[in-house]
Design a protein around this ligand. Structure first.
Ligand SMILES: *Cc1c(COP(=O)(O)O)cnc(C)c1O
Length: 358
C-alpha cells in the first residue's frame, strides 16, 4: 500500500492559468517555463496542461527528451543552453533551441558541426549571472551567425525585480534593465518578461514572454493573492491523519518539545514530513486545512510526520485528509512563515511523493 500522501495536480487549473497568461502576453510568443519538473507539478502534466503554449522552456537535455517522449512537438528553449559538447548533437536531434550565454559556448559551437541550430543570445542587463553585455551583443551575434548551420533567432534577458514597481527603488529596476536593452531592441527581436513582468509591466514589450510561477497558479509576489491575479493554484499537497491522541496541559510534542499544550489538547499526526518537502523550519501555528477548518501546526516537523492541533475540529479523525498547501492554504503564505518563497516549496516536493492529476 502506498503512504497516504500525494500531490494532486489540477489540469484544469493549468489550462486556466495558461489562458490567463496568453491574454496578458498580448500576442507575444508564450514560453511555458517547466524547469525543475514543471515546478514540481510533473513535466508530463505540464505537457498536457500547457498544450496551448508556443513552447516549453527548461534546463536539462534529459527533460527535453522527456517532453518529446510525452508528445510535445512544438518549440523547446533551453534556458541555460548546453553544459558540454556532448549535449549539442542531442539538442539538434531533438530540435531544441539553446541559449548562448558565455564565450566558452561559442567556442564549442565552432568546434562542432551543425545543420539547423537556432540559438537565443543571453544579454546581461543587470542580473549579473549569465549573458553578454548589451554593447557586446551585436558583435557576438555576428560571430555566431558566421558559424555554419547556426542562427541567432532572438535576444533574451531576465529581470531581477519584476514583482516590484516598474520604476521603483533599489539599484536594479525593470525600467533600468529595459533602458540598457533599448539600443538593441530596434535591431533584434527580444524575449524579456517573466511572469511578474508579463502581468505587471506590459510596457516591457518584446516578441516573447517566459511564464513560470503564474502558470502554476501562484502569485509571483507574496503580497498579492492568486485570486487577485485571476489565477488558480494547480497543486494540492495533502496527506492523511494516521493517529489521533489526547494530551494533558503541560505535555510537549515531538523533537525538542517545542510546542507545549496549554489546555487538554487533541493532536493529529499527519503522514507528511520534511523528507516529503514540507519545510522543517515551519513554525508552530502555521495553518493546515482539515474537515473544512484551519488546524495549526503544533511541534517540530519530523522527517515523515507532522502534528496538528485538532482540539476544535472534532470531525478530524484517522483517515481525514489534510491539505498542507493548495486551494485553501496558499503556498506563498506558508513560504513567508518560514522565510522563503512559494517557488521553493513547490519545486522541493520530494520524489517519494506520488504526483497524480485530475
Ligand atoms: C525561471 C525563469 C523564468 C520564469 O520565472 P517566473 O518568475 O517563474 O515566471 C523566466 N526566465 C528565466 C530565464 C528563468 O530562469
Amino acid at each position: 500500500m502506498p503512504r497516504p500522501i500525494s500531490v494532486l495536480i489540477h489540469l484544469e487549473a493549468l489550462q486556466h492559468n495558461i489562458a490567463r497568461m496568453r491574454e496578458a502576453a498580448q500576442g507575444r510568443t508564450l514560453w511555458a517555463v517547466v524547469k525543475a519538473n514543471a515546478y514540481g507539478h510533473g513535466l508530463e502534466n505540464a505537457v498536457r496542461g500547457f498544450a496551448q503554449a508556443d513552447g516549453l522552456a527548461l534546463i536539462e537535455v534529459r527533460e527535453a527528451q522527456r517532453a518529446r517522449a510525452a508528445g510535445w512537438t512544438k518549440r523547446i528553449l533551453m534556458i541555460e543552453g548546453f553544459f558540454d559538447e556532448g549535449d549539442i548533437a542531442e539538442l539538434e536531434r531533438l530540435d531544441v533551441e539553446p541559449v548562448v550565454h558565455s564565450r566558452w559556448q561559442i567556442e564549442l559551437l565552432k568546434k562542432t558541426s551543425h545543420t539547423n541550430l537556432k540559438v537565443h543570445l543571453k544579454v546581461n542587463s543587470g542580473m549579473n549571472r549569465l549573458g553578454f553585455l548589451p554593447d557586446q551583443a551585436a558583435a557576438v551575434i555576428e560571430e555566431i551567425n558566421a558559424i555554419e548551420g547556426v542562427k541567432v533567432v532572438d535576444i533574451v534577458t531576465h529581470f531581477a525585480n519584476a514583482e516590484q514597481d516598474f520604476d521603483g527603488k533599489g539599484p536594479v529596476t525593470v525600467a533600468k534593465q529595459l533602458e540598457r536593452m533599448k539600443p538593441l531592441l530596434a535591431d533584434y527581436d527580444a524575449c524579456m518578461a517573466n511572469s511578474a513582468a508579463t502581468l505587471l509591466h506590459p510596457q516591457v514589450g518584446g516578441v516573447g514572454v517566459r511564464g513560470g510561477i503564474v502558470l502554476y497558479g501562484v502569485s509571483p509576489d507574496a503580497s498579492v493573492t492568486s485570486e487577485q491575479l485571476g489565477l488558480k493554484p494547480a497543486m494540492t499537497l495533502s496527506a492523511d491523519i494516521i493517529a489521533v491522541r489526547e494530551i494533558e496541559p503541560g505535555e510537549a510534542v515531538g523533537y525538542g518539545s517545542r510546542w507545549i499544550a496549554r489546555r487538554p489538547t487533541r493532536l493529529a499526526v499527519v503522514a507528511c514530513g520534511y523528507a516529503d518537502g514540507y519545510p522543517r523550519s515551519m513554525p508552530d501555528g502555521s495553518p493546515t486545512w482539515v474537515e473544512g477548518k484551519i488546524a495549526p501546526l503544533a511541534g517540530a516537523v519530523s522527517m515523515d510526520m507532522l502534528t496538528i492541533d485538532v482540539t476544535d475540529i472534532p470531525q478530524a479523525r484517522v483517515g481525514s485528509r489534510v491539505e498542507l498547501w493548495g486551494e485553501h492554504i496558499p503556498v506563498n503564505d506558508l513560504a513567508s512563515r518560514c522565510g522563503t518563497i512559494g517557488y521553493e516549496l513547490l519545486c522541493a516536493v520530494a520524489s517519494r511523493v506520488p504526483v497524480i492529476s485530475d
